[in-house]
Design a protein around this ligand. Sequence first.
Ligand code: GP9
Ligand code: MN
Length: 634
Amino acid sequence: MKKKNWPTHSILVIAIVATWIQTYIVYHTSFDMKIENMMQQFILFINPLSFLLFIYGLSLFFKSPKTRNRYIVVTSIILAIVLYANAVFYRFFTDFITIPVLFQTSNFGDLGTSAKESVYLTDIFYFTDVAIILIAIKWLKIGEKVSVIKPAIRRAYFVLAAAVLFLNLGLAEIERPQLLTRSFDREMLVKNIGSYNYHLYDLYIQSKSHAQRALADGSELVEVNNYVRSNQAEPNAEMFGLADGRNLIVVSMESLQNFVINNDMNGHEITPFLNSLTKDKDTFYFSNFYHQTGLGKTSDSEFLVENSLYPLGGGAVFFTHSGNKFHSMAESLNEEGYFTNVMHPNSKSFWNRDMMYQALSVQKFYDVNDYVVNEGDAVNWGMKDIPFFEQSVDHMAEMPQPFYSRLITLTNHFPFDLEEEDQFIPPYDSNSRTLNKYFQTVRYMDEALKSFFDDLKAKGLYDNSIIVMYGDHYGISENHNVAMSKYLGKEITPYESAKLQRVPFFVHIPNSGVGKEMTETAGQIDIRPTILHLLGVETAKDMQLGADVFSEDHEDFTIFRNGGFVTDKFVYAGNACYDNSTGTEIDIENCQPYIERATQELGYSDQIINGDLLRFYDSKTGNLLIDEAEKEKP
Ligand code: GP9
Ligand code: MN
């Protein structure tokens, strides 16, 4: 094959196309990604392109075609290795590589032993694109002479690459709003922005938190520690140890807001079971209890429960700081001899749970692979709550006791889809399809909780357990204010929006006879000290920002992640101060002292997380490890 006059940039084009197709084939053959529609398929197809255009395009900055070709070959080899490494990693962990796991030797312990078995001769195909590029270079023999590329051409090329990137991001945003700000799931990231861009994104997130960590030293903890100690709430003597030795079951009720409790929709009771609990002699029902989550939604609520610290203002802390040192509730209960676990029938990498649960010292994560999802058992985001609870109780029956199981429900999740057989009440009739369906999925979840209690009783687990349930975050956003105002029969002001952030919180202690409605203002940050004290576990040395709601010292002051807050007297929302009992706007001066405290407290929490300060804290003695902090300084 003697050279025709091949265009100067043939090798560049061949490299881009070869690696592009290669990547797309690897997506389909090596990873198990759920593709639900044509749009997702299309995004998957185009998503490697923008990165490949950029990275191979850098060759345009070299003058000599030889150097250009050499750059292209080296790049293709590196990309093939990255893709192949992901494929091998996926064989083990059904997950994509994230930078922190490269430094987690425990993962690679497993990897090392059976690495041989998971590398096959046929894996050579992962390097097909490299071979194609080498052959092309050999056969096409593109002109040896130095050719300078006009800056205008180069500019046009990179504008094109940027356009492809924006097209990709635009489509991804339509398919999965807030993908990058919330960064839900590695699989979702790879599906939408491509494996290469995903690694860049991961690099950015990890290096940002790494830099903040490197700049922090333990001396910052002195001030935080003083604040925590001065706000500490002593346990209530009558409540402390009330549930000593029992199993702890914590249920995260997806998207459940408090406005549905003891309420009806066009004459239909929405939560008959939970309503019965609000009047139950063994149940504390908190009616002025707020979620405090940010962009990390469910995972933020988990973070609050485990750590009694605030999640972050931007991004999901489960993603950004899973490499941190934490002293979680699971860790405390491990030390008390509990078998600690989380149950959630979704892919384990969602919200980076698989990684974060290691940092939180959760002993076992029952993910979707620990459940049998039969035909008809799934709807919307995955397994339905009723079979989920049923199989979870089966798992519990096998666990060593006492156990701490945290269960995360899923059916009452946006877009609130439900099959007809599970619709116990009709939809609502507002202009918002979302709100209309919400009542039905809430009603379903209520039914699921009822059957969960029955399952626990049937397996003999009920009497010796304490069951704590909380709504994880809002389900109906402010986009549905018109419909909400029709339902509630009042205008949705910033004050009302703030009050709508109330989520139900139940503490059910079978046969205790001490239950009642609790009206104090509290939030998710208070869950951990409250529970630990009920189990008879001291928290005086814990670095936590919440307080036991049963304590005399508990203050009616709950801070939202956005800096707003609620006290028994005031609500601060949308930069305005309101009278909590009437909802009328009042002079900002009333809120001012709390505004400062809210900023201070959120700031301390952020400092702990961003600086990874708990590595300088000995949770057993309560000592600050400042000397070691000094040692770590560069
Ligand atoms: C996903 C589930 C829902 O596993 O927890 O997450 P959300 O979107 O509510 O944060
Ligand atoms: Mn949720």
